[in-house]
Design a binder for this molecule. Sequence first.
Ligand code: NAP
Length: 323
Amino acid sequence: MRAVVCREYCQPEDLVLDELPDPTPQPGQVVIRVRAAAVNYPDVLLIGGNYQVKVPPPFSPGSEMAGEVIAVGDGVDCRVGSRVTATTFVGAFAEQAVVDARAVSPIPDGVDYAEAAAFGVTYRTAYYTLRTIAPVCPGDWVVVLGAAGGVGIAAVDIAQLLGGRVLAAASGEEKLELCRQRGAEACVDYDRENLRDRIKEITGKAGAQIVVDPVGGPYSLPALRGLGRGGTFVTLGYAAGEIPSIPLNLVLLKGITVRGMEIRTFASDYPDEVIRDDEELDALFAEGKLRPYIGGRFPLDDAAVALRHVAERKALGKIVIGI
Ligand SMILES: NC(=O)c1ccc[n+]([C@@H]2O[C@H](COP(=O)([O-])OP(=O)(O)OC[C@H]3O[C@@H](n4cnc5c(N)ncnc54)[C@H](OP(=O)(O)O)[C@@H]3O)[C@@H](O)[C@H]2O)c1
């Protein structure tokens, strides 16, 4: 099988397309014939050795995939030929991937491979955030930073489903237009406008109730300043590169809550909520109430171009590699 391989920590262009032996499943594992894999920002960090968790090379990047089961190990209750999606840590940018059977879910009818691959990580991140970490109440203003990115669009969609009003903050008209199409009530270009002032103008006296921040850098502090009394700021990631510092007096003066959410530790930190949240989210996906926006599709040979697209802030929604 062909697989994209990171032989040493590198730039996307240094990845190689290798011919590797087909994987065989161990007990408790399944092998998936991958049809689509989604690109996530952490893939860029991981191949560069810059992610908080390091994977020693060589490895194939890619953490989200969709395809058909082609082999199952002992003790696995999964039919060969079933259409499934799976989230792993690495290994999705390949024609075949071996994964723990517990990481596999069926793809709902009417959902194609690209949509299935693009859904899991970002929509779970946004759902855990807005359902459990900072629950949205009907009518709440939810400010989403990087709102046209993967986590951002998911947060825009989910905030509205939970009854919130969305203020989408992103760079450039193309990204803001996508947020409008997804239903954002207000849009701010945070590279051209004063984010704090615009949040206050738009949300009025009460200010915003929630900020969802997967971007960090210079955008976090103005957004936090736009929160109203008792609001909640959720930090999710630092796509802008810099990890910002927050003056604690702002937290004190407005009674703000600052929280973090990490998809890898959410299940162990919130064992009951994760079951409820996953069931609700799976139902919303199966019913067609949530669908990811796919802004670019690339063949496996162009995995480097796909990763570069995400690294250079060019992606709208999700980027998918078709295999
Ligand atoms: N906490 C969790 O469990 C969790 C789960 C998934 C992802 N994450 C993190 O969330 C962040 C976003 O992930 P994602 O998959 O949504 O990424 P993405 O699709 O690439 O979106 C990131 C957004 O960040 C903005 N951005 C600002 N400066 C940037 C820069 N210098 N380079 C790249 N993007 C920049 C871009 O929007 P504008 O151009 O509009 O500014 C971009 O749309 C990452 O840091 C990722 O590690 C965290």
